[in-house]
Write a protein that binds this ligand. Structure first.
Ligand SMILES: [Zn+2]
Length: 77
C-alpha cells in the first residue's frame, strides 16, 4: 500500500499549495492577518504595506526563518 499512500500525500500537498496561494497570512511586521500574495514568492501586507519575499505558494517556508528575515529587513529601512 506504499504507492497509494504516497500519491495521496502528494495530492494533499498540491491541494494545500493551491489553498495557501489564496489565503491571507499574518504580517510579521504589524501582526494583522492581512498579507496577500501579489506575485511569485512576493507577499504584501494590506495594512502596513510591508512587502515580504516568501515561498512561491505559502508565506511560511520555515516559519521562524522567514519571519526573522523580514523583521530584520524591515528594521533596516
Ligand atoms: Zn503589516
Amino acid at each position: 500500500m506504499r504507492t497509494s499512500r504516497y500519491s495521496a500525500k502528494m495530492r494533499n500537498l498540491c491541494d494545500a499549495a493551491r489553498r495557501q496561494k489564496q489565503d491571507r497570512y499574518v504580517c510579521p511586521r504589524c501582526g494583522k492577518k492581512n498579507v496577500k500574495r501579489v506575485g511569485n514568492a512576493l507577499w504584501q501586507c494590506r495594512s502596513c504595506e510591508a512587502r515580504i519575499a516568501g515561498g512561491a505558494y505559502s508565506l511560511s517556508t520555515g516559519v521562524g526563518e522567514t519571519a526573522n528575515r523580514v523583521i530584520r529587513e524591515t528594521m533596516q529601512q
